[in-house]
Design a protein around this ligand. Sequence first.
Ligand code: THG
Length: 262
Amino acid sequence: MIVIGELINGMYKDVGRAIANKETDIIQHLAADQVKAGATVLDVNTGPYSKDPKDDMKWLVESIQKVTNVSLALDSTKADVIEEGLKLVKKRAIINSTNADEAKMATIFSLARKYNAQVIGLAMDKSGVPNSKDRRIELAATIIAKAMEYEMDADDLFLDPIVLPVNVAQNQGLEILESIREFRHLCEPAPQTTIGLSNVSQGTQFRSLINRTFLVMAIASGLTSAIVDPLDKELMDAMITAELVLNKNIYCDSFLDAYRKK
Ligand code: THG
């Protein structure tokens, strides 16, 4: 599993404040802690309240890269904010994200080609997030076709079915899990898949329990990466154990420690 740490996101009130006040040490601790906990990529999102998202993205990328050398997932709906990050990254980045709209895909896949980045493709378009797995698959296929036009390798594309909160969209869980399974069969080599896991538990009680239960089910459906809170130790233990049971790691009595040492 590619573990994308979600915590550097201005959506979190304290992180939003740290961004507004340019508190470098808070961001750098969040970066270092997530990597120590097993994140191999860090999501970077200036958040909804940023007054100057381009400048904030630049500052975030520079601050993070002073303390870690992992890849960054540049998370913004604005292509110029993403490009600000792409100009600075030392490792190959993931663009988070495009959707299936023609104009958006053209902009994002051009950027991906220019900067040799990987891309997350959201299975949604102008009319929003679909309700059915069939429509999600159609939109995913549209994104794959466009990625091919831009000569991207399929395995540099991460398809995201878009996870919705279980308290308001309870019938979507199964549609999402089935989408993950089917996305993998859309082309050869198979595209990667990802989800914003914490979306599933927004506004609920027992967030951690809901997150880890859904993550295990998604891994069993073939998920290859996820945007998660890596500081949730029980979540990470469940992920490692799911991969063990699926024969992706070799069993030993200390398999949790063995995974973490790797
Ligand atoms: N797909 C892709 N990228 C994404 C998402 C996705 N990026 C953003 C998001 N979804 C994934 N990251 C988060 C980060 C935080 C939360 C959920 C998803 C979260 N935040 C608390 C909340 O809203 O309750 C904030 C609480 C606070 O203020 O402290 O749950 O789906 N490609």
